[in-house]
Design a protein around this ligand. Structure first.
Ligand SMILES: Nc1ncnc2c1ncn2[C@@H]1O[C@H](COP(=O)(O)OP(=O)(O)O)[C@@H](O)[C@H]1O
Ligand SMILES: [Mg+2]
Length: 267
């Protein structure tokens, strides 16, 4: 969706932000990311706040509300959510500002060790039982080969969307942001989701799978489960690529096919 500067939001929406954070003195619009109609850093009376927002009638607004619900359950590497408000036809989240940059996933990048540490921390977190989040079994139901869905079941909190602009490197740590798809499921799914993104940053399938295999959850996973993830991932991205010719989606579909082959080779 096109991104607008904070100043172009309706006056009642801006007033609602002022009510939360104090008068807004200066704003900067950020360029990274996919879905947010607003992504701005505000300097306010009470300090700086990162505001992401989406129109309340946009189909992705449910993802934004999930993001608000999961925020209190996230590990320390994630930015603090100060507030969530719905006003004037907009849904807005106000976060702690991270002075960072998007993670560099390329082979040999020093960021890879930081990303591994952040995911290692997340792998310890159990998905909260009292809020509605996605279940991995439902998310992969239409894509996993028959008879394999039970492998996806688990109670770990998963991020699942490791596009490099959803990981900020700030203060010497990798910080997982953009929790639009919090999911309850088997822990090894996240290292797999990250591995596919490493392939998109020029890792070979072998190097990406080797990265995943350093996580205990992956080491302990049944090879049949990993093969099922490969098949499901390839099916999912081929469906996305069929309905949308955007080059990066076509590229992801190619990578997902190679990923599937690599996961079927695991003994
Ligand atoms: N807490 C934060 N502090 C500073 N910048 C952020 C913060 N959270 C996100 N960003 C920046 O804003 C971009 C968009 O945010 P994100 O949560 O990924 O939304 P989306 O991809 O849905 O638009 C990110 O790629 C990142 O560059
Ligand atoms: Mg994003």
């Amino acid at each position: 969706m096109p991104r607008i500067p904070f100043e172009q939001l309706p006056a009642d929406v801006r007033q609602a932000v002022t009510d939360k954070s104090g008068a807004v003195r200066r704003t900067v619009t950020l360029q990274g990311g996919m879905n947010s109609g607003v992504a701005s850093v505000l300097e306010t009376e009470s300090g700086r706040v990162f505001v992401k927002g989406i129109a309340s009638d946009h189909p992705q607004v449910t993802a934004q509300r999930r993001e608000a619900a999961i925020a209190p359950h996230l590990p320390a590497s994630c930015p603090r959510l100060y507030w969530h408000l719905e006003a004037g036809g907009w849904s807005l989240l106000g976060y702690e500002v991270l002075n960072g940059r998007h993670a560099d996933y390329s082979p040999g990048s020093p960021d890879l060790a930081l990303v591994r540490a952040a995911l290692t921390e997340l792998q310890q977190v159990t998905a909260p039982a009292d809020i509605e989040i996605k279940d991995a079994v439902d998310r992969w139901r239409d894509y996993a080969p028959p008879g394999t869905l039970q492998y996806f079941s688990g109670d770990t909190l998963l991020h699942t969307d490791f596009a490099p602009d959803n990981v900020l490197v700030a203060d010497g740590r990798a910080r997982l942001i953009d929790w639009a798809w919090p999911t309850r499921g088997a822990a090894w799914i996240d290292p797999g989701a990250l591995a596919l993104r490493l392939m998109d940053a020029d890792h070979t399938a072998e190097s990406a799978v080797a990265f995943a295999s350093r996580f205990p959850s992956w080491q302990n996973a049944d090879p049949k489960a990993l093969a099922a993830l490969g098949t499901a991932t390839a099916a999912l991205w081929s469906e996305i690529a069929e309905s949308d010719p955007t080059p990066w989606k076509q590229g992801m579909a190619h990578r997902a096919n190679e990923f599937e082959l690599a996961l079927h080779r695991i003994p």
